[in-house]
Design a protein around this ligand. Structure first.
Ligand code: HEM
Length: 326
């Protein structure tokens, strides 16, 4: 009898310990779910979308800036809105040169959506900035003519943002380097090509492709080269000079980006290499000829991107102000 009691005590102790180790109070396993806020903040999707529609009506930069913000957030410390944290000593991610060119309109779109969400008393301080960024990103894509999809939710916001943690792909990368970096996050070459299709909207400063213009990179089509040389005579004299990443339809989320690549009209080396390298050319050709195939691969890849490094109540929080840790 005593032995039985002892065994029961031991069992209960180890059970309690295992609970403490695997799920401290308040923690939930990271099981993202599109319906995560169904009871917590039922009107969430409408609130975010309303704010995004308003921002997009005010500036065409809101859409590309938000999409790029999400990518840069997820690749560094996971999708935890750590990219939005501003520290007074300048040690945050945003101050890293790879992030410094992120446009203010992306941050402003998320802050406007957060204000709209918090304005609903049922939702105040209950929705993470990371989830609002993920929803706003889906919305800018679909409102620009791209696909829509159910966004998985339930991320917590990170509490750490360090410029020294920032590692992002370079516009000069070749296919192996692109595959190496995306592969390190469990993303396939097809995911990487579909996500690069995000360059169907937005612009790039001349400094990121200037090395392709003088002397002219032979893989740039001659007409496009001339056009770019006119737009970018000297980035040192004009740091604001830029060109659209998709010269054909820069505001429209479509598959024109891939048709551009077939014509030697990819802006960055990392864009054009996707067509030039025979190992990825087939996928570029597929996406160029079949927009639905691109959209469906983009949705799959965005969903996988959105799962990177998700935080729980253990290592995260619901930030009251997306710019500062609580
Ligand atoms: C494949 C590797 C990638 C490289 C090397 C790369 C590089 C760049 C560069 C250099 C710019 C111009 C930045 C500036 O002038 O401020 C840019 C812009 C942009 N990138 Fe990427 N990027 C990559 C992947 C992605 C992905 C995966 C997405 C999203 C799914 C994305 C979305 C964007 C958008 C929307 C812009 C335009 C931003 C704006 O107009 O404000 N990029 N990217």
């Amino acid at each position: 009898m005593i032995r039985m009691e002892k065994r029961l005590q031991l069992f209960l102790l180890s059970f309690t310990l295992s609970l403490l180790v695997s799920s401290p109070p308040g923690a939930a396993a990271v099981q993202l779910d599109p319906n995560y806020y169904a009871n917590i903040c039922p009107n969430l999707e409408n609130l975010v979308r309303g704010a995004v529609v308003k921002m997009m009506s005010q500036t065409p930069v809101a859409a590309p800036a938000t999409l790029r913000l999400f990518f840069h957030d997820c690749f560094v410390m996971g999708c935890d809105a750590s990219i939005m944290i501003m520290s007074s000593d300048g040690s945050d991610e945003w101050h890293n040169p790879a992030d410094f060119s992120l446009k203010a309109e992306g941050f402003e779109t998320v802050l406007a959506a957060k204000a709209a969400v918090d304005g609903d008393l049922q939702c105040t301080n209950k929705v993470s900035c990371a989830d609002i960024l993920a929803l706003a990103t889906r919305d800018v894509v679909s409102l620009s003519g791209g696909p829509t999809w159910p966004v998985e939710l339930g991320r917590y916001d990170g509490k750490v943002s360090l410029g020294s943690d920032v590692v992002l792909p370079s516009p000069d990368f070749n296919l192996d380097q692109l595959n190496g970096m995306f592969g390190s996050f469990g993303l396939t070459q097809t995911d990487m090509i579909a996500l690069s299709g995000g360059h169907t909207i937005g612009a790039s400063s001349c400094m990121f492709f200037y090395n392709r213009l003088y002397p002219g990179d032979p893989t740039v089509s001659p007409g496009f080269l001339l056009q770019l040389q006119q737009s970018c005579p000297n980035p040192l004299l004009d740091p604001n000079a830029f060109a659209f990443l998709d010269a054909a339809t820069p505001l429209q989320f479509d598959n024109a980006y891939f048709r551009n690549l077939q014509q030697g009209m990819g802006l960055l080396n990392s864009d054009q290499v996707l067509f030039n390298d025979p190992r990825s050319q087939g996928t570029v050709n597929l996406f160029a000829s079949n927009q639905s195939a691109f959209f469906s691969a983009f949705v799959d890849a965005m969903t996988r991107l959105g799962r990177l490094g998700t935080k729980t109540a253990v290592d995260g929080e619901i930030r009251r102000d997306c710019r500062f840790v609580n």
